[in-house]
Structures are given as structure tokens and as C-alpha cells.
Write a protein that binds this ligand. Structure first.
Ligand SMILES: [Zn+2]
Length: 81
């Protein structure tokens, strides 16, 4: 029986994407050593950390929650113009 389970294709794709992601990542060690996120960072601090981070390092994307918060702020800023 070689019929694929409905899941396995998605599973394989996930693996492939993860491998691709790993091969693409560029970890900027020096930047991380110079920019340590404070333990109890405020939302403000986290947003500015991630903004600087994505410019300098590609080891991980900005969390969706922060991205959403940022989008909200940008939308607000535009509405005030
Ligand atoms: Zn990084």
C-alpha cells in the first residue's frame, strides 16, 4: 500500500520549507551579541529590536503578533496624515 496519507504531503512540504529556511538563514552573531533583547522588554522595545534585527540578521522572522501591531501602527500613522 503506497497510498499517501492526506497529511504526508503537507508534512513533506513543511520539512522542505524548513530545510530551505535553514539553508537561507544568515545568523549575524556579532549583531546579536551587541543587541541583546532585555528580559522584560516592553512592546515598544521588542518592535524596535525586531525592526533593527530584520535589517541586520535573518535568523528568524518577526513574530506575527509584533508584525500585526506594527501594521496597526502604520495604518494609524497614515490615517493621521
Ligand atoms: Zn538574528
Amino acid at each position: 500500500m503506497s497510498r499517501l496519507l492526506p497529511n504526508s504531503r503537507a508534512e513533506r512540504l513543511k520539512k522542505w520549507t524548513h530545510q530551505k529556511y535553514l539553508s537561507m538563514k544568515r545568523f549575524n552573531k556579532a549583531w546579536h551579541e551587541a543587541h541583546v533583547m532585555p528580559k522584560h522588554a516592553t512592546l515598544e522595545q521588542r518592535i524596535s529590536w525586531h525592526l533593527a534585527h530584520q535589517e541586520n540578521c535573518g535568523c528568524r522572522p518577526m513574530p506575527q503578533k509584533l508584525q500585526m501591531e506594527l501594521n496597526k501602527r502604520n495604518a494609524k500613522a497614515e490615517a493621521h496624515e
